[in-house]
Design a protein around this ligand. Structure first.
Ligand code: ADP
Ligand code: MG
Length: 380
Protein backbone atom coordinates (compact mmCIF):
# COMPACT_ATOMS: atom_id res chain seq x y z
CA UNK A 1 0.00 0.00 0.00
CA UNK A 2 1.32 3.42 -0.93
CA UNK A 3 -0.12 6.41 0.84
CA UNK A 4 0.28 9.85 -0.70
CA UNK A 5 -0.76 12.89 1.32
CA UNK A 6 -2.06 15.93 -0.56
CA UNK A 7 -3.10 18.93 1.55
CA UNK A 8 -5.45 21.42 -0.05
CA UNK A 9 -7.35 24.12 1.93
CA UNK A 10 -7.37 21.96 5.08
CA UNK A 11 -8.77 18.98 3.14
CA UNK A 12 -6.57 15.95 3.64
CA UNK A 13 -6.63 13.62 0.67
CA UNK A 14 -4.92 10.27 0.99
CA UNK A 15 -4.19 7.81 -1.80
CA UNK A 16 -3.88 4.10 -1.15
CA UNK A 17 -3.09 1.27 -3.50
CA UNK A 18 -3.07 -2.49 -3.56
CA UNK A 19 -1.57 -4.73 -6.28
CA UNK A 20 -3.27 -7.41 -8.36
CA UNK A 21 -1.99 -10.97 -8.19
CA UNK A 22 -1.31 -13.82 -10.51
CA UNK A 23 -1.40 -17.42 -9.44
CA UNK A 24 1.58 -19.17 -11.01
CA UNK A 25 0.04 -22.59 -10.33
CA UNK A 26 -2.57 -24.18 -8.04
CA UNK A 27 -5.82 -23.41 -9.85
CA UNK A 28 -9.13 -24.32 -8.17
CA UNK A 29 -7.20 -25.74 -5.22
CA UNK A 30 -7.76 -22.96 -2.68
CA UNK A 31 -11.38 -23.74 -1.83
CA UNK A 32 -10.38 -27.42 -1.62
CA UNK A 33 -8.03 -26.49 1.25
CA UNK A 34 -5.02 -27.17 -0.98
CA UNK A 35 -1.92 -25.19 -1.97
CA UNK A 36 -1.45 -22.23 -4.31
CA UNK A 37 1.59 -20.32 -5.59
CA UNK A 38 0.69 -16.68 -6.25
CA UNK A 39 2.87 -13.65 -6.79
CA UNK A 40 1.72 -10.05 -6.87
CA UNK A 41 1.34 -8.09 -10.06
CA UNK A 42 2.82 -4.64 -10.65
CA UNK A 43 -0.63 -3.31 -11.58
CA UNK A 44 -2.68 -1.59 -8.89
CA UNK A 45 -6.08 -0.43 -7.70
CA UNK A 46 -5.72 3.11 -6.37
CA UNK A 47 -8.17 4.69 -3.95
CA UNK A 48 -8.24 8.42 -3.28
CA UNK A 49 -9.92 9.02 0.09
CA UNK A 50 -11.35 12.01 1.97
CA UNK A 51 -12.99 11.61 5.37
CA UNK A 52 -16.54 12.96 5.79
CA UNK A 53 -18.24 13.95 9.01
CA UNK A 54 -21.39 11.90 8.40
CA UNK A 55 -22.08 8.18 7.93
CA UNK A 56 -22.19 8.25 4.12
CA UNK A 57 -19.65 6.53 1.92
CA UNK A 58 -19.64 7.82 -1.64
CA UNK A 59 -17.60 5.87 -4.16
CA UNK A 60 -16.75 6.69 -7.74
CA UNK A 61 -15.34 3.94 -9.93
CA UNK A 62 -13.32 5.64 -12.65
CA UNK A 63 -13.20 2.32 -14.51
CA UNK A 64 -16.99 2.09 -14.71
CA UNK A 65 -17.68 5.87 -14.77
CA UNK A 66 -20.23 5.39 -11.98
CA UNK A 67 -20.80 6.91 -8.54
CA UNK A 68 -22.72 5.16 -5.76
CA UNK A 69 -23.33 6.11 -2.13
CA UNK A 70 -24.65 4.33 0.93
CA UNK A 71 -24.97 4.74 4.68
CA UNK A 72 -22.54 2.62 6.69
CA UNK A 73 -25.51 1.78 8.94
CA UNK A 74 -27.63 0.37 6.11
CA UNK A 75 -25.70 -2.34 4.33
CA UNK A 76 -27.32 -5.51 3.06
CA UNK A 77 -26.29 -7.92 0.28
CA UNK A 78 -28.00 -7.22 -3.09
CA UNK A 79 -29.28 -9.79 -5.53
CA UNK A 80 -27.74 -9.69 -8.06
CA UNK A 81 -24.68 -7.96 -6.56
CA UNK A 82 -22.89 -5.11 -8.35
CA UNK A 83 -19.45 -3.54 -7.86
CA UNK A 84 -20.60 -1.40 -4.90
CA UNK A 85 -21.36 -4.59 -2.94
CA UNK A 86 -17.64 -5.40 -2.80
CA UNK A 87 -17.09 -2.07 -1.06
CA UNK A 88 -20.13 -2.37 1.18
CA UNK A 89 -18.90 -5.85 2.13
CA UNK A 90 -15.52 -4.50 3.22
CA UNK A 91 -17.20 -1.78 5.32
CA UNK A 92 -19.62 -4.26 6.91
CA UNK A 93 -16.90 -6.82 7.67
CA UNK A 94 -14.51 -4.23 9.13
CA UNK A 95 -17.33 -3.09 11.41
CA UNK A 96 -18.15 -6.73 12.24
CA UNK A 97 -14.56 -6.87 13.54
CA UNK A 98 -15.15 -3.80 15.71
CA UNK A 99 -13.14 -1.43 13.51
CA UNK A 100 -14.74 2.02 13.69
CA UNK A 101 -15.58 3.32 10.20
CA UNK A 102 -16.66 6.86 9.38
CA UNK A 103 -18.09 8.38 6.21
CA UNK A 104 -15.75 8.97 3.27
CA UNK A 105 -15.56 10.10 -0.33
CA UNK A 106 -13.62 7.51 -2.33
CA UNK A 107 -12.46 7.47 -5.93
CA UNK A 108 -11.33 4.11 -7.26
CA UNK A 109 -9.25 3.53 -10.36
CA UNK A 110 -7.55 0.34 -11.40
CA UNK A 111 -5.11 -0.60 -14.11
CA UNK A 112 -5.72 -4.31 -13.55
CA UNK A 113 -7.88 -5.85 -16.29
CA UNK A 114 -11.23 -6.46 -14.56
CA UNK A 115 -12.65 -9.99 -14.58
CA UNK A 116 -9.56 -11.49 -16.20
CA UNK A 117 -8.32 -13.68 -13.32
CA UNK A 118 -5.79 -11.14 -12.04
CA UNK A 119 -7.86 -10.43 -8.94
CA UNK A 120 -9.04 -6.91 -9.52
CA UNK A 121 -11.69 -7.79 -6.90
CA UNK A 122 -9.27 -8.63 -4.06
CA UNK A 123 -7.12 -5.68 -5.05
CA UNK A 124 -10.21 -3.44 -4.85
CA UNK A 125 -11.16 -4.87 -1.45
CA UNK A 126 -7.67 -4.45 0.01
CA UNK A 127 -7.24 -0.95 -1.40
CA UNK A 128 -10.63 0.09 0.05
CA UNK A 129 -9.85 -1.59 3.38
CA UNK A 130 -6.51 0.23 3.62
CA UNK A 131 -8.18 3.53 2.69
CA UNK A 132 -10.85 3.16 5.38
CA UNK A 133 -8.29 2.04 7.97
CA UNK A 134 -5.90 4.80 6.94
CA UNK A 135 -8.33 7.71 7.19
CA UNK A 136 -9.59 6.35 10.53
CA UNK A 137 -6.00 5.81 11.74
CA UNK A 138 -6.75 2.16 12.48
CA UNK A 139 -4.60 -0.91 11.89
CA UNK A 140 -5.39 -4.56 11.24
CA UNK A 141 -2.77 -7.30 10.72
CA UNK A 142 -2.38 -8.26 7.04
CA UNK A 143 -3.56 -11.84 7.45
CA UNK A 144 -6.66 -10.76 9.36
CA UNK A 145 -7.41 -8.12 6.76
CA UNK A 146 -7.26 -10.79 4.04
CA UNK A 147 -9.92 -12.77 5.92
CA UNK A 148 -12.10 -9.71 6.34
CA UNK A 149 -11.92 -9.03 2.59
CA UNK A 150 -12.62 -12.66 1.69
CA UNK A 151 -15.73 -12.55 3.90
CA UNK A 152 -16.75 -9.32 2.18
CA UNK A 153 -16.57 -10.96 -1.26
CA UNK A 154 -18.28 -14.17 -0.18
CA UNK A 155 -21.09 -12.61 1.81
CA UNK A 156 -21.75 -9.40 -0.10
CA UNK A 157 -20.65 -10.07 -3.70
CA UNK A 158 -21.92 -13.66 -3.73
CA UNK A 159 -18.65 -15.22 -4.94
CA UNK A 160 -17.59 -18.46 -3.23
CA UNK A 161 -13.93 -17.46 -3.44
CA UNK A 162 -11.13 -19.08 -1.46
CA UNK A 163 -8.61 -17.10 0.61
CA UNK A 164 -5.77 -17.01 -1.94
CA UNK A 165 -6.50 -13.71 -3.69
CA UNK A 166 -6.90 -11.63 -0.58
CA UNK A 167 -4.03 -13.32 1.24
CA UNK A 168 -1.66 -12.81 -1.68
CA UNK A 169 -2.57 -9.16 -2.14
CA UNK A 170 -2.37 -8.51 1.63
CA UNK A 171 0.74 -10.54 2.48
CA UNK A 172 2.74 -10.84 -0.77
CA UNK A 173 6.42 -9.85 -0.86
CA UNK A 174 8.19 -7.96 -3.61
CA UNK A 175 9.83 -10.19 -6.25
CA UNK A 176 8.76 -13.39 -4.51
CA UNK A 177 6.16 -16.10 -4.99
CA UNK A 178 4.25 -17.43 -2.00
CA UNK A 179 3.42 -21.09 -1.43
CA UNK A 180 0.25 -20.78 0.60
CA UNK A 181 -1.40 -23.67 2.38
CA UNK A 182 -5.04 -22.65 2.26
CA UNK A 183 -5.92 -24.94 5.15
CA UNK A 184 -3.30 -23.96 7.72
CA UNK A 185 -2.59 -20.50 6.21
CA UNK A 186 1.10 -21.34 6.51
CA UNK A 187 3.09 -19.55 3.81
CA UNK A 188 6.60 -20.00 2.43
CA UNK A 189 8.25 -17.51 0.11
CA UNK A 190 10.66 -18.08 -2.76
CA UNK A 191 12.53 -15.62 -5.00
CA UNK A 192 11.45 -15.43 -8.62
CA UNK A 193 14.73 -16.17 -10.47
CA UNK A 194 16.14 -13.41 -12.68
CA UNK A 195 16.18 -15.66 -15.77
CA UNK A 196 12.43 -16.34 -15.44
CA UNK A 197 9.96 -14.18 -17.32
CA UNK A 198 6.27 -14.36 -16.37
CA UNK A 199 4.20 -13.20 -19.33
CA UNK A 200 0.48 -12.54 -18.86
CA UNK A 201 -1.69 -12.47 -21.98
CA UNK A 202 -5.38 -11.55 -21.95
CA UNK A 203 -7.38 -13.86 -24.21
CA UNK A 204 -9.90 -11.05 -24.75
CA UNK A 205 -12.71 -13.39 -23.67
CA UNK A 206 -14.27 -12.50 -20.31
CA UNK A 207 -15.91 -14.73 -17.74
CA UNK A 208 -18.84 -13.45 -15.79
CA UNK A 209 -18.82 -14.08 -12.04
CA UNK A 210 -20.82 -14.93 -9.96
CA UNK A 211 -23.40 -16.25 -12.45
CA UNK A 212 -20.76 -18.20 -14.38
CA UNK A 213 -19.47 -21.69 -13.80
CA UNK A 214 -17.22 -20.98 -10.79
CA UNK A 215 -19.79 -21.76 -8.14
CA UNK A 216 -20.84 -24.96 -9.92
CA UNK A 217 -17.24 -26.25 -9.77
CA UNK A 218 -17.12 -25.55 -6.03
CA UNK A 219 -20.40 -27.48 -5.70
CA UNK A 220 -18.94 -30.40 -7.66
CA UNK A 221 -15.86 -30.51 -5.43
CA UNK A 222 -18.11 -30.49 -2.36
CA UNK A 223 -20.22 -33.29 -3.85
CA UNK A 224 -17.06 -35.37 -4.46
CA UNK A 225 -15.98 -34.88 -0.83
CA UNK A 226 -19.42 -35.92 0.41
CA UNK A 227 -19.33 -39.14 -1.60
CA UNK A 228 -15.79 -39.97 -0.45
CA UNK A 229 -16.68 -39.16 3.16
CA UNK A 230 -19.32 -41.89 3.21
CA UNK A 231 -16.48 -44.47 3.07
CA UNK A 232 -13.59 -42.37 4.41
CA UNK A 233 -14.88 -40.06 7.18
CA UNK A 234 -11.42 -38.50 7.65
CA UNK A 235 -11.69 -36.74 4.27
CA UNK A 236 -12.74 -33.18 5.05
CA UNK A 237 -11.71 -31.67 1.72
CA UNK A 238 -10.28 -32.97 -1.59
CA UNK A 239 -6.89 -32.02 -0.19
CA UNK A 240 -7.13 -35.09 2.08
CA UNK A 241 -7.64 -37.59 -0.73
CA UNK A 242 -4.54 -39.21 -2.26
CA UNK A 243 -4.68 -39.74 -6.04
CA UNK A 244 -4.63 -43.53 -5.49
CA UNK A 245 -7.84 -43.29 -3.52
CA UNK A 246 -9.52 -41.06 -6.13
CA UNK A 247 -8.61 -43.65 -8.81
CA UNK A 248 -9.90 -46.46 -6.63
CA UNK A 249 -13.24 -44.68 -6.12
CA UNK A 250 -13.70 -43.77 -9.80
CA UNK A 251 -16.93 -45.77 -10.25
CA UNK A 252 -18.44 -44.48 -7.03
CA UNK A 253 -17.66 -40.86 -7.99
CA UNK A 254 -18.81 -41.12 -11.60
CA UNK A 255 -16.81 -39.64 -14.47
CA UNK A 256 -17.57 -35.93 -13.81
CA UNK A 257 -16.77 -35.86 -10.09
CA UNK A 258 -13.82 -38.21 -10.63
CA UNK A 259 -12.30 -35.84 -13.20
CA UNK A 260 -12.89 -32.78 -11.01
CA UNK A 261 -11.29 -34.50 -8.01
CA UNK A 262 -8.36 -35.75 -10.10
CA UNK A 263 -7.61 -32.22 -11.26
CA UNK A 264 -7.61 -30.84 -7.72
CA UNK A 265 -5.44 -33.58 -6.23
CA UNK A 266 -2.86 -33.64 -9.05
CA UNK A 267 -2.78 -29.82 -9.15
CA UNK A 268 -1.86 -29.71 -5.45
CA UNK A 269 1.06 -32.06 -6.18
CA UNK A 270 2.15 -29.89 -9.13
CA UNK A 271 2.02 -26.77 -6.96
CA UNK A 272 4.46 -28.18 -4.40
CA UNK A 273 6.69 -29.40 -7.26
CA UNK A 274 6.61 -25.91 -8.83
CA UNK A 275 7.69 -24.27 -5.55
CA UNK A 276 10.62 -26.71 -5.40
CA UNK A 277 11.47 -25.98 -9.05
CA UNK A 278 11.63 -22.26 -8.18
CA UNK A 279 13.94 -22.99 -5.25
CA UNK A 280 16.23 -24.85 -7.67
CA UNK A 281 15.75 -22.08 -10.28
CA UNK A 282 14.74 -24.85 -12.73
CA UNK A 283 12.49 -22.91 -15.09
CA UNK A 284 12.22 -25.76 -17.61
CA UNK A 285 10.72 -28.00 -14.93
CA UNK A 286 8.43 -25.18 -13.84
CA UNK A 287 7.29 -24.80 -17.46
CA UNK A 288 6.45 -28.49 -17.80
CA UNK A 289 4.36 -28.34 -14.61
CA UNK A 290 2.52 -25.30 -16.00
CA UNK A 291 1.74 -27.21 -19.21
CA UNK A 292 0.46 -30.19 -17.21
CA UNK A 293 -1.71 -27.80 -15.18
CA UNK A 294 -3.31 -26.44 -18.34
CA UNK A 295 -4.04 -29.93 -19.69
CA UNK A 296 -5.67 -30.86 -16.39
CA UNK A 297 -7.77 -27.68 -16.27
CA UNK A 298 -8.84 -28.24 -19.88
CA UNK A 299 -9.52 -31.99 -19.78
CA UNK A 300 -10.38 -32.83 -16.16
CA UNK A 301 -11.74 -29.62 -14.68
CA UNK A 302 -13.24 -28.55 -18.02
CA UNK A 303 -12.85 -24.80 -17.46
CA UNK A 304 -10.87 -23.78 -20.54
CA UNK A 305 -12.34 -22.49 -23.80
CA UNK A 306 -11.26 -22.59 -27.48
CA UNK A 307 -9.67 -19.12 -27.52
CA UNK A 308 -7.54 -19.88 -24.45
CA UNK A 309 -6.49 -23.25 -25.89
CA UNK A 310 -5.42 -21.50 -29.10
CA UNK A 311 -3.55 -18.87 -27.14
CA UNK A 312 -1.72 -21.54 -25.13
CA UNK A 313 -0.71 -23.29 -28.37
CA UNK A 314 0.51 -20.04 -29.92
CA UNK A 315 2.57 -19.11 -26.86
CA UNK A 316 4.03 -22.61 -26.47
CA UNK A 317 5.20 -22.59 -30.09
CA UNK A 318 7.54 -19.63 -29.35
CA UNK A 319 11.18 -20.49 -28.79
CA UNK A 320 12.07 -19.73 -25.16
CA UNK A 321 8.58 -20.50 -23.75
CA UNK A 322 8.68 -23.50 -21.39
CA UNK A 323 4.95 -23.74 -20.65
CA UNK A 324 1.67 -21.82 -20.72
CA UNK A 325 -1.61 -22.26 -18.90
CA UNK A 326 -4.96 -20.59 -18.45
CA UNK A 327 -5.23 -18.74 -15.16
CA UNK A 328 -8.22 -17.75 -13.02
CA UNK A 329 -11.62 -19.32 -12.65
CA UNK A 330 -11.80 -20.22 -16.33
CA UNK A 331 -13.86 -19.72 -19.49
CA UNK A 332 -11.59 -16.93 -20.69
CA UNK A 333 -9.48 -14.39 -18.90
CA UNK A 334 -5.71 -14.58 -19.09
CA UNK A 335 -2.98 -17.10 -19.78
CA UNK A 336 0.47 -17.21 -18.19
CA UNK A 337 3.65 -18.17 -20.02
CA UNK A 338 6.84 -19.30 -18.28
CA UNK A 339 9.70 -18.07 -20.45
CA UNK A 340 13.41 -17.42 -20.69
CA UNK A 341 13.87 -13.77 -19.65
CA UNK A 342 16.56 -13.00 -22.26
CA UNK A 343 14.13 -13.57 -25.17
CA UNK A 344 11.00 -12.01 -23.66
CA UNK A 345 10.64 -9.25 -26.24
CA UNK A 346 10.80 -11.64 -29.18
CA UNK A 347 8.24 -13.93 -27.53
CA UNK A 348 5.85 -11.05 -26.78
CA UNK A 349 6.06 -9.82 -30.39
CA UNK A 350 5.40 -13.29 -31.74
CA UNK A 351 2.41 -13.93 -29.44
CA UNK A 352 1.02 -10.48 -30.25
CA UNK A 353 1.27 -11.09 -33.97
CA UNK A 354 -0.16 -14.61 -33.99
CA UNK A 355 -2.93 -14.15 -31.41
CA UNK A 356 -4.04 -10.90 -33.10
CA UNK A 357 -5.25 -13.10 -35.97
CA UNK A 358 -7.49 -15.06 -33.55
CA UNK A 359 -8.70 -12.04 -31.58
CA UNK A 360 -8.97 -9.71 -34.58
CA UNK A 361 -7.37 -7.04 -32.39
CA UNK A 362 -4.13 -6.65 -30.41
CA UNK A 363 -4.09 -8.66 -27.18
CA UNK A 364 -3.18 -7.04 -23.85
CA UNK A 365 0.17 -8.50 -22.75
CA UNK A 366 2.01 -7.73 -19.52
CA UNK A 367 5.48 -8.87 -18.48
CA UNK A 368 5.65 -9.01 -14.67
CA UNK A 369 7.97 -6.81 -12.68
CA UNK A 370 8.31 -7.01 -8.86
CA UNK A 371 5.21 -5.48 -7.25
CA UNK A 372 5.00 -3.14 -4.27
CA UNK A 373 3.29 -5.06 -1.46
CA UNK A 374 -0.09 -3.96 -0.13
CA UNK A 375 1.30 -3.39 3.36
CA UNK A 376 4.14 -1.05 2.39
CA UNK A 377 3.39 2.58 3.24
CA UNK A 378 5.22 5.45 1.61
CA UNK A 379 4.61 9.13 2.23
CA UNK A 380 5.36 11.24 -0.81
P1 ADP B 1 -11.11 -10.61 -11.15
O1 ADP B 1 -10.98 -10.52 -9.67
O2 ADP B 1 -10.47 -11.82 -11.73
O3 ADP B 1 -10.69 -9.36 -11.87
P2 ADP B 1 -13.88 -10.88 -10.47
O4 ADP B 1 -15.08 -11.25 -11.28
O5 ADP B 1 -13.56 -11.68 -9.27
O6 ADP B 1 -12.66 -10.80 -11.48
O7 ADP B 1 -14.03 -9.38 -9.95
C1 ADP B 1 -14.39 -8.36 -10.84
C2 ADP B 1 -15.41 -7.49 -10.17
O8 ADP B 1 -14.78 -6.72 -9.11
C3 ADP B 1 -15.99 -6.45 -11.11
O9 ADP B 1 -17.08 -6.97 -11.86
C4 ADP B 1 -16.43 -5.37 -10.13
O10 ADP B 1 -17.64 -5.71 -9.53
C5 ADP B 1 -15.32 -5.43 -9.07
N1 ADP B 1 -14.24 -4.47 -9.40
C6 ADP B 1 -12.94 -4.73 -9.60
N2 ADP B 1 -12.24 -3.60 -9.87
C7 ADP B 1 -13.12 -2.59 -9.84
C8 ADP B 1 -13.02 -1.17 -10.05
N3 ADP B 1 -11.86 -0.57 -10.33
N4 ADP B 1 -14.17 -0.45 -9.94
C9 ADP B 1 -15.33 -1.05 -9.62
N5 ADP B 1 -15.49 -2.36 -9.42
C10 ADP B 1 -14.41 -3.15 -9.54
MG1 MG C 1 -11.78 -11.85 -8.24
Amino acid sequence: MVKILITNKNILTSVFQAPGRINIIGEHTDYNEGLVLPTNLDLYTKVTANARDDDIIQVTSSNFGQTESFSINQIAPNNPPTWINYIQGVVAELRENNIPITGADLVVSSDIPIGAGLSSSASLELAIAHALLGIGKNKVAAQKLAQICQNAETKYAGVNCGIMDQHSVACGRKGQAMLLDCRTMESKYVEIPANLSLIVIDSGVTHNLPDGEYNSRTDECRAAVKLLQATYPAIQALRDAPIKLIDQEKDQLGIILYSRARHVVTEIERTVAAFNALIKKDIRLLGSLISASHASLRDDFDVSCPEIDQLVQIADSCSGVYGTRMIGAGFGGCALSIAEASVTKKIVDQIRENYSKVLESEPWIHVLKPATPAMEVRHL
